[in-house]
Design a protein around this ligand. Structure first.
Ligand SMILES: [Zn+2]
Length: 163
């Protein structure tokens, strides 16, 4: 009986799981603080040759809706204005007479106009009135207005003013 008592270990073998597990915090050693900071984000080097460049903003053309402008005819409300009396010049002009409704060339006649009087006044101002030079503009067709008359009926159809 005594042998058995000697052979038997005085103390029970320590539980390996309890000792090696280390589940119990040792005195004086604090448990690691919980990680509160987020992991550092990976920042690519700005100047690195292999820095991932942001994808270029490729302008993708929007599919424009093809607006087909119909070449519809003019609405019936529009009126076509026909210039029966063209702008008169210094030369005879082919017109359609508004009086006799005939197509003919106009006959021109020169009358004193604004430019004629202004030129005459200018000549008088510089002293040309002594020799009657102020009357010269009234003899120059290039300084006079042009009246257009119908060659068919002889009625006045328009005037070309120099100024
Ligand atoms: Zn006429």
């Amino acid at each position: 009986m005594t042998e058995n008592s000697h052979q038997l270990p005085s103390e029970p073998p320590p539980a390996y799981g309890a000792v090696e597990g280390g589940s119990f915090p040792q005195p004086g050693q604090l448990a690691p603080p919980p990680i509160t900071e987020p992991p550092p984000r990976y920042e690519a080097p700005k100047d690195g040759p292999y820095a991932p460049q942001p994808p270029p903003q490729q302008f993708q053309p929007q599919p424009y809706p093809q607006q087909v402008y119909p070449t519809a005819p003019q609405p019936p409300g529009t009126t076509v204005i026909r210039i029966t009396n063209p702008r008169f010049g210094a030369n005879p002009t082919l017109i359609k007479c508004p009086h006799c409704q005939s197509d003919c060339l106009t006959t021109v006649s020169y009358t004193s106009g604004c430019l004629t009087w202004v030129t005459s006044a200018f000549l008088c101002f510089i002293g040309a009135w002594v020799f009657g030079g102020c009357l010269i503009p009234f003899c120059l067709p290039g300084l006079m207005d042009v009246e257009h008359k119908c060659s068919n009926c002889g009625r006045h159809v328009g005037t070309y003013n120099r100024v």
